[in-house]
Design a protein around this ligand. Sequence first.
Ligand code: HAM
Length: 427
Amino acid sequence: MNNLKNLRGTVDLLPDQLIKWQNVEKIVLEQLARASINEIRTPILEMTELFIRGIGEGTDVVSKEMYTFIDRGERSCTLRPEGTASVARALIQNGMLSNHPLQKLWYMGPMFRYERPQAGRQRQFHQLGVEFIGYDSVRSDVEIIALAWDILGKLGIKELNLEINTLGDLDDRSNFQKSFLKWLDINKDSLDLDSQNRINKNPLRILDSKNIQTKKVLENAPRLFNFLSEKSHKRYSALKRQLEVLKIPYIENFNLVRGLDYYTHTAFEITSGALGSQATVCGGGRYDDLIKQMGGPNTPAIGFAIGLERLILLAGKDFEIPRNTDIYIINQGLIAESLAMDLSRKLRNYDLLVELDLSGASFSKQFKKANKLKSRSIIVIGDDEAVKGEFFIRLFDQSSNGNEEELISFENDIKLENWINNNLLVR
Ligand code: HAM
C-alpha cells in the first residue's frame, strides 16, 4: 500500500508551528474580549441549501468551490466555506433575534473551499470572523473596521492597506446592473473568457477581474457609484469622514465587489504587499438583507473575516517564541520520582509552567535539559533529599539576584508559596 498522505490543500499544523498560532490567537482573543464580543460556535457541516441561499448560486464559492456530498440519509451536505451564513442561520433558528436584536459575535475555525492551492491559499483554511448583528449605523461600520485594523495592529503588522467601497442597496445595484448588462452586451467580445462566463451568472464580479485587458476595457463601463441613491451616497461619505476622524487610512477601490452575494453598502478588504498574490488578510462588509432573505426578521448586520494562515504569515518572529518553563523538576531515584510527581501536580495549581523530567537520566543530563529549555528555576530531588522529605529549589538564571538555593520540606507549603511569589510570580 502507498504511504497515506493528507489531501491536497490541507495542512498538518505541528507543535513547533502551533506555538506561533497560539501566541497570535491569544492576542486576538484578548482584543475581542476587550471589545465585549461573544463567541458563537456553529457546525462545520451544514445543509448545502444554506450556502446556496446565503452566499448566492452565481458566486465562485458556491458554483465551483464547495465540498458537497450526499450523506447516508440522502441529504446534500456541505463543509462550510465561510461563517456568516451559518451564524445567520443559528441566530434565526435559535430565536435570538427577537430577544437580543443587538449582538456582537466572533467565531474561529476551519473553512473549506475547493480552490487551487498555492502560497496563502488552502482548501482547508482557518478564519476568525466577527459579526455585528442588528447594527445599522455608520458608526458600527467604523467600529468593525477599526476592530479589524486594531487586531492587526496589536500583532505588530505594518504596511497594511485598507480598501473600501460601497455597493449601495439592492435598488441601487439593480439600477446599475441594468445599465451594466447593456454595456456588457456591446463589449462582451473584448472581455476575457472568465468574465464573459460571468455575464449571466454574476456580472458584478466582472468588476474585480484581474485580467489586464478586461481591466482596461472596464475603465469605460458604467460605474456603480453613479447609480447610488442620495441616501447611499451620504452613508458612504459619513463612513469616510469617520475613518478620517479615527486616523485610519483608507484607499477607495470602486472595483471592490467581494465574492459573496450578500453584501450591501460598505465593503472592505485589508491587504498586505508582504503576502504576494493572495494579498487579502481580511475581508468584510455589510449584509443588511441576508437575515431577512434567509427567513429571519429584518436585521441589518456587518462583519469581517480574517484568514488565519495569512495572519500567521504576517505576524513577526516574536510570536514564534514558546513560553519559558517556570520550574524544571530534576529527580532521580524511586522515592524521589514519586515525590517529584506529587510536587509537580501541586505546583501546577499556580499559574506556572512546570516540566517534570521523566527520563530517569543522570543529574547532569537533566540539568542540561533544564538549561536548554531556559527554565526560570529548577527543583532538585535526589534520594538523599527524598528520604529527608526535602527538595532544593533555585532560580536558574545565573545573572539574577536571589540565586540562593533554598531547601524546602515537602510539608511546608507556605515556604514554597512564598518562594514562588518572591521569585517567579514577580515578572
Ligand atoms: P472572504 O473574503 O471570502 O469573506 O474570506 C475572508 C478571508 O479568509 C480572506 O480575506 C482570506 O484571508 C481568507 N481566505 C479565504 N479563502 C481562503 C483560502 N482558500 N485559503 C486561505 N485563506 C482564505 C468571508 O468569508 C466572509 N464570510 C467575511 C464576512 C464576515 N463578511 C461579513 N462577515
